[in-house]
Design a protein around this ligand. Structure first.
Ligand code: NAD
Ligand code: FE2
Length: 383
């Protein structure tokens, strides 16, 4: 038996139109002037007006920052921080995907910590507290509402992680009504990201623990039973809520049993080619799982019990089911189809090697030449 520590978000609110009750959480946390962090796409879809109006009706003066971009840069974080200071905000709310939630987390810490962003990267580097923080995911998803992690793009191409318990929010709000307009491709990519969180947490060789295992198994069940349903029936609220729950559970799992090589090899695709995070994971998933099967085969076999239908209880059974599901969801299945030139592979592999924070969790060690081979397989859509 190994000792372990399990940390997670302290309050989770689930329910349709829960996003209209943010004022109650603000009041509990002593927040009267929240910064509402989001992106312009969500504003355009009209998703931000109702919660902003509900906050105003409750007498709370929210300032909306809607300049978050996918794979948020340091410049976006600094602009959000400047807006927070200008409006003298005393709390931070994100309504959005992982990009908005990660930006909000870092801004809440920077607003209090007497420390520049550059000193926060890595594990346990944040030297202070943070402002009250409420996260409302609109994708299902990154699970960022339940993780101590934020991923920021530094320079032009590098995705760098900050992992610190300070970034666990005070409240996570799961409101399925926010996700019914999620386009099919984003639904599929983000759903696969959540599955990868569950799979990599379940096979992590560092900090794997029984609580994360239970959450990962339940996450796999919820996600794999509902992804094709929400693609067919985008307005099915029960299935959308199951996806949000699955994403939350997977986030709670990997927050305490961290992700590994699929993510380490996916990040350079986002950094260099702006391939969305979930799609990057989906593209690397079959080849990395095949590579890991010699060491993680039993765990992969155990995960097949979570899948719908009768799937052979083997690593091959899991990988083949995932490949079929990726094909059925209509996403590109090779790096070539995703527009990555073959000539980029040496650079991608060298970059992946900088993600040692993640690679150390992988069931099989990954060398730079292994990474080259894995990208070559993924380029051809093979495993
Ligand atoms: N902090 C963590 O633990 C963690 C974990 C995994 C990934 N990440 C990071 O999260 C980011 C990716 O987040 P994401 O995949 O949620 O996507 P995102 O936040 O980048 O959003 C992607 C697109 O989807 C749109 N969108 C979001 N919700 C929508 C909705 N309900 N309806 C219609 N459109 C909607 C957005 O406007 C945007 O255009 C990456 O930077 C990744 O590195 C963080
Ligand atoms: Fe992820």
């Amino acid at each position: 038996m190994t000792d372990y520590l399990f940390q997670t978000v302290s309050t989770i609110a689930v329910g349709t139109d829960r996003v209209l009750t943010l004022d109650g959480f603000c009041k509990q946390l002593g927040v009267s002037r929240p910064l509402l962090v989001t992106d312009s796409g969500l504003v355009g879809l009209g998703l931000i007006d109702p919660p902003a109006a509900a906050l105003a009706a409750a007498g709370l003066e929210a300032t909306v920052f809607d300049e978050v971009e996918a794979d948020p840069s340091e410049a976006v974080v600094e602009r959000a921080l400047a807006r927070l200071r200008q409006a003298d905000c005393d709390g931070v709310i994100a309504v959005g995907g992982g990009s908005s939630m990660d930006t909000a987390k870092v801004v809440a810490a920077l607003a209090v910590a007497d420390q520049p962003l550059s000193e926060m990267y890595g594990v346990d580097q944040i030297a202070g507290a943070r402002l009250p923080l409420i996260l409302v995911p609109t994708t299902a998803g990154t699970g960022s509402e339940a993780t101590p992690v934020a991923v920021i793009t530094t320079g032009d191409t590098t995705k760098a992680g900050i992992s610190d318990a300070t970034l666990l929010p005070d409240v996570a709000v799961l409101d399925a009504a926010l996700t019914t307009g999620l386009p099919p491709a984003v639904t599929a990519m983000t759903g696969i990201d959540a599955m990868v969180h569950a799979i990599e947490a379940f096979t992590s060789i560092h900090r794997k623990n029984p609580i994360s295992d239970a959450l990962a198994l339940e996450a796999m069940k919820l996600l794999t039973h509902n992804l094709l349903t929400v693609l067919d029936e985008p307005h099915n609220l029960a299935a959308r809520e199951s996806m949000l729950l699955g994403s939350l559970f997977a986030g709670q799992a990997f927050a305490n049993a961290p992700v590994a090589a699929v993510h380490a090899l996916a990040y350079p695709l986002g950094g260099h080619f702006h391939i969305p995070h979930g799609l990057s994971n989906s593209l690397m998933l079959p080849s990395v799982l095949s590579f890991n099967a010699s060491a993680a085969g039993q765990h992969y076999a155990a995960l097949t019990a979570c899948l719908p239908g009768s799937v052979p209880a083997t690593a091959e059974g899991l990988i083949a089911w995932l490949e079929e599901m990726i094909a059925a969801s209509g996403l590109p299945r090779s790096l070539e189809a995703a527009g990555v030139p073959l000539s980029a592979i040496p650079t991608l592999a060298a970059d992946a090697m900088t993600q040692q924070r993640l690679l150390v969790n992988n069931p099989v060690p990954v060398s730079e030449s292994d990474a080259v081979r894995l990208y070559e397989k993924a380029w051809e859509g093979l495993r």
